[in-house]
Design a protein around this ligand. Structure first.
Ligand code: NAD
Length: 327
């Protein structure tokens, strides 16, 4: 005789998903699914996540490393929901092989990341961190800044966030170039090859996902082609930049400044960028707004419940080659 089927269990590690009860958590509980909140301070490594996932049917993940070790340790797992857009922290091939669906929350954090990008551009232009630190230290020094108006912005990636940045930058009076081999440039954005983007941009901003083809897109060669007075903003993924090459270019004055929200390794204890004075660094907070958290939470929870109850998820990144078992 077999016992009653075990209750479905979803483990959430995404910090803002766990932080407060709300519609996002209720969507899971109201479906009769147990919700385990397991957020840590930093993204979890694969062995830690594997232990948490051992008896989970679904995972709602922040930037935790989810690879073969996690899938192999979690025989019941049927869905991994990335609370965010980028899926570079999840081994999608391993998910497919193990019969696990992967979902994400595209669009939910577009405005949040686009607004942070503009904030970083403005902070670079007016050297705001130095001005604020100076005031707190009792100083009263003014550094001469520059204006976004009339400058040329080069966007790499014209997807949701790239286009939202373009729209806002145009409102600031910027000329906007874009490079995206897979998208049509929106109105007001001139699609150019990378060489032209490096050569013409006063501000370069990255909005592509990280995969083997985009890793170290900003390398020594690219940096050598940029204008010495240009600044670089990265709110996409740290691995898009060769951090050592960028640090070297900034120190040598081959680039005027950089603002980075994301790092090759997070938290970035070893990043050479943190020791460079003309770098503004933020702790991967692009999507961290109240509004984005609510949208991402509801989207992730809805898709996890859909997969576990036999429905159709709205944002499937990859479907399993063969589902583990029917719901
Ligand atoms: P998106 O899929 O809408 O846009 C990505 C765009 O990149 C697409 O248009 C695609 O055609 C283009 N692209 C792919 N390869 C390219 C290449 N080699 N050169 C130029 N363009 C290329 O995604 P999105 O919602 O705009 O998000 C973009 C990225 O931002 C995400 O992949 C994620 O890594 C990052 N992100 C960061 C944060 C944060 O907290 N800082 C939050 C959300 C997203």
């Amino acid at each position: 005789m077999t016992g009653a089927p075990e209750r479905l269990r979803v483990v959430a590690t995404a910090r803002s998903f766990c932080a407060a009860d709300g519609p996002h958590q209720r969507i899971v509980r109201d479906a009769g699914i147990e919700l385990v909140l397991a957020a840590g301070d930093d993204p979890l490594d694969a062995p830690t996540l594997a232990r948490l996932a051992a008896d989970a049917d679904g995972l709602i993940l922040g930037l935790d490393r989810c690879d073969e070790r996690v899938f192999a340790a979690a025989p019941r797992l049927r869905v991994v929901a990335r609370y965010g857009v980028g899926t570079d922290s999840v081994d999608l091939d391993a998910a497919r092989r193990h019969g696990v669906s992967v979902t994400n929350t595209p669009g939910a954090n577009t405005v949040a990341v686009a607004e942070l990008t503009l904030a970083l551009m403005l902070a670079l232009a007016r050297d705001l961190p130095a001005a604020v630190a100076g005031m707190h230290g009792g100083g009263w020094q003014r550094r001469r800044g520059w204006e976004l108006a009339g400058k040329t912005l080069g966007l790499i990636g014209l997807g949701r966030i790239g286009c939202a940045v373009a729209e806002r930058a145009r409102a600031f009076g910027m000329r906007v170039l874009g490079h995206d081999p897979y998208a049509t440039a929106p109105e007001g954005v001139e699609q150019v090859e990378l060489a032209a983007l490096w050569a013409r941009s006063d501000v370069i901003s990255l909005h592509v996902g990280l995969d083997p083809s985009t890793r170290h897109l900003i390398d020594r060669d690219a940096l050598a082609q940029c204008r010495p007075n240009a600044v670089l903003v990265n709110t996409a993924r740290g691995g898009l930049i060769d951090e050592a090459a960028l640090a070297e270019a900034l120190r040598a004055g081959r680039l005027a400044g950089a603002a980075v929200d994301v790092f090759e390794s997070e938290p970035p204890a070893q990043s050479p960028l943190l020791a460079v004075p003309n770098v503004i660094a933020t702790p991967h907070l692009g999507a961290t707004t109240r509004e984005a958290a609510q949208l991402m939470g509801v989207a992730a929870a809805t898709d996890v419940v859909a997969v576990l109850t036999g429905g159709t998820p709205r944002h499937l990144v990859t479907a399993p080659s063969e589902p583990r078992r029917s719901p």
